[in-house]
Structures are given as structure tokens and as C-alpha cells.
Design a protein around this ligand. Structure first.
Ligand code: UD1
Length: 349
């Protein structure tokens, strides 16, 4: 069996790692990188650190507006999919790379499988929401990470094509956590438990200057230092709006390689983010998370008390971040760390 994976953005490289491992020696696995993310720290370090074989093809599409970027990927993917004629095209998550590959595959009548199917924010302002809904409805096999995601698919009439496999990010997180367990922090001068970790990259937060300024204000007033791992979009938006990131408690830092990120989070007092993956990683490491969004796809983190959403009243952000630690839980809504094996089983079946 030949499976062709299409990835392009940072969280997809993380999800590719356990899949590539599970596929190794069982199927022929072709990997196409669209080039949506291209900086060393946004792309190459993940392949290196997570032991993912180099992509067979890199389309080097780069950044652009949604239409131009997605369209360029679609045009470039078509001949590659024809050339490899895989038994399955496997797409990951909710990025423009995912949507482009989904459209390219169905137009060529190639079977399409969607990993991380069924997530919904129900917020149509998010590009990711368009991407995931369209991809789910195009796909032949929907690989759901959680019970809640499976329910969404059933409600949309997609139940007969769906299977619950668990979350592959749990697979990779547990493996990396166990390999870095003895480390302390990747930051000079910061003690375990003595700092927060923050990331911000969603256009709703970065591209509205007043909102960005309010978030930065709250972070700068935290009692403990907060290491802000700055995505290129955040730096560019802050520069353009004349907002200084490096002030008060904020320590601006480049994005981290995955093992360093895991080390940083597991030794932190808490996480502040608008990333989907990081909310879940914090929960799996039992680190309190505060999410700067009005909703989350990972509702279990909120229901279990480990994630608090702060959106319209940003003056609450600081106190939310500094709230007492929640009650412990043994709940495992994101699977047992063996999701990638179930993905292989489902594709083989
Ligand atoms: C994309 C995904 C988002 C995912 C995120 C992870 C879509 C619609 N969004 O958002 O779901 O959570 O990746 O990071 O696909 N840039 C660089 N170097 C890079 C990559 C990007 O400088 O290697 C800059 C460019 O100015 C670019 C901007 O960041 O325009 C945004 O990048 P883009 O890939 O379009 O979206 P993300 O915000 O990263």
C-alpha cells in the first residue's frame, strides 16, 4: 500500500512524526511538504528533532494571501499526486495545505483520509474552521481524535465514514516527554515553576492592534516572567503597529524546537496561548492553560478545569493566568499514545 502524506505547517510536522514511525516498514510512505512554513525554526528543526525522514517533495510555496497560497498549492500538488498515484492521500488538521491537498485528491478521484477530523470551533471567522469543515466533507475516511469530534461528524451526517483513533499528538508528546524528563528549563536564569510560557499567532489576536496591545499589557504585568515564543506573524504585526513586546515581565524568545517546547512547558507555572496544540500539550503535561480566544476545539481541557478562555474582557487575563492550580484528574480524552497505530489499521482496512 502506498500512502501519500501532505504537510506544510508546524503542527503538522509534529503529527507526522508518530505517523511516519507507525508506517515505517508497513507501507510505502511518500511525504510532500507544501512549503507553507519554511523558516528553520518553523520547519526544519521538527524533521530533525523528531526523526522524520526528509520530505520526498518540497513544493516551496511559501506565504501568501489565502487564495493565492491555497491555489498555488493546489496547482503544484496535482501533478505530484498523479505521479505517485497513492492508495490514500492523508491530510492533517486544518491548514491551507490541508484544504489544497484535499481538493487536489478528490478531483483526481484519489481516496482521501483526514487526520484530526471532526474538530469544530463553530467560529466562521477562523480560516482553520473553513478548512476543516470543507476537508471533512470531501474525505472518504475521517480519523477522529476524540469522542466529541466523532459526535460532530455524526451530527453532520458523516458518521459512516468516521472512526475514532485517538490523538496522534498524544503519541508524540508522551514519547518526547519521557525522553526529556530529567531536563530542567531551556531558559537561562529561569527556575522550574518560576515562569510562564506564552504564544500568540492567530490573526484575530495579532492583526488587531488594540487587542494585541491589551494582551501584551496584561502579560507584561504578570508577577512571574513570561517567555513569549514569538511566531513570525506576531513579530511582524507588533512592529507594524508600533507595539513593543519586550517589556515588563515579558521575555521575547524565538519559537522553540519541539523537545525544548515540551521541556519549557512541563517546567512552567502555566501556559498562555491561542494555539490549539499547546492547549492540549499543557493539559497532557498537567500544566494550567489560559487561552486567549472565545472558544476552543479542545473542549475537554476546559470541562476538566485545566484551561480557561479569556476573550472579550482582556482585563481578566492576568488574574486568569495567576489562578490557583486546578484539581488533578486522571481523565484521558486524547487517547493512550497509540493513535498512529490505529490510523495505520484503519487505512489498511
Ligand atoms: C498556520 C495555520 C494555522 C496553524 C499555524 C501554526 C492556516 C490557515 N493556518 O498559521 O492553523 O495553527 O500555521 O503555526 O493554514 N511566516 C514566516 N516564516 C514561516 C512561516 C510563516 O515568516 O516559516 C510568516 C509569514 O509572514 C506569513 C505569516 O507568518 O505570512 C503567517 O504564516 P501562515 O502559514 O500563512 O499562517 P500561520 O499564522 O502560521
Amino acid at each position: 500500500m502506498r500512502i501519500l502524506s501532505v504537510v506544510g505547517a508546524r503542527p503538522q510536522f509534529v503529527k507526522l512524526a508518530p505517523i511516519a514511525r507507525a508506517f515505517d516498514g508497513h507501507v510505502e510512505h511518500i511525504v510532500i511538504h507544501t512549503g507553507q512554513h519554511y523558516d528553520e525554526l518553523m520547519s526544519d528543526v521538527f524533521f530533525r528533532d523528531l526523526g522524520i525522514p526528509a520530505p520526498d517533495v518540497n513544493l516551496a510555496i511559501g506565504s501568501g494571501r489565502h487564495g493565492a497560497q491555497t491555489g498555488a498549492m493546489l496547482a503544484a500538488l496535482e501533478p505530484e499526486l498523479e505521479r505517485y498515484a497513492p492508495d490514500w492521500v492523508l491530510v492533517y488538521g486544518d491548514t491551507n495545505s490541508t484544504l489544497a491537498a484535499a481538493v487536489a485528491a478528490v478531483k483526481l478521484h484519489l481516496p482521501l483520509a483526514h487526520l484530526e477530523a471532526g474538530l469544530r470551533s463553530f467560529n466562521r471567522r477562523m480560516p482553520e474552521e473553513h478548512n476543516r469543515v470543507l476537508t471533512d466533507h470531501a474525505a472518504d475516511l475521517l480519523l477522529a481524535p476524540t469522542e466529541v469530534a466523532l459526535e460532530h461528524l455524526e451530527e453532520e451526517g458523516l458518521g459512516s465514514r468516521s472512526v475514532l483513533v485517538g490523538d496522534v499528538m498524544t503519541d508524540v508528546l508522551f514519547r518526547v516527554r519521557d525522553s526529556v524528563r530529567t531536563a530542567s528549563t531551556p531558559f537561562d536564569g529561569l527556575e522550574p515553576g518560576g515562569y510562564h510560557v506564552a504564544t500568540l499567532h492567530r490573526p484575530d489576536n495579532t492583526d488587531r492592534p488594540e487587542r494585541l496591545a491589551a494582551i501584551v499589557d496584561q502579560l507584561s504585568g504578570l508577577t512571574r516572567p513570561v517567555v513569549l515564543l514569538a511566531h513570525p506573524r506576531l513579530r511582524a504585526a507588533a512592529d507594524a503597529a508600533g507595539i513593543a513586546l519586550d517589556r515588563g515581565s515579558i521575555v521575547v524568545h524565538d519559537p522553540l524546537a519541539y523537545p525544548d517546547l515540551v521541556t519549557a512547558v512541563m517546567n512552567s507555572a502555566g501556559v498562555v496561548t491561542d494555539s490549539g496544540g499547546l492547549q492540549k500539550e499543557a493539559f497532557l503535561l498537567r500544566i494550567p492553560c489560559t487561552t486567549v480566544r472565545s472558544e476552543t476545539e479542545w473542549v475537554e481541557t476546559v470541562d476538566l478545569g485545566w484551561n480557561v478562555l479569556v476573550d472579550s474582557d482582556l482585563s481578566q487575563l492576568r488574574s486568569a493566568v495567576e489562578r490557583p492550580r486546578p484539581e488533578d484528574t486522571s481523565a484521558a480524552p486524547y487517547g493512550d499514545g497509540h493513535a498512529a497505530e490505529r490510523v495505520l489499521e484503519a487505512l489498511s482496512r
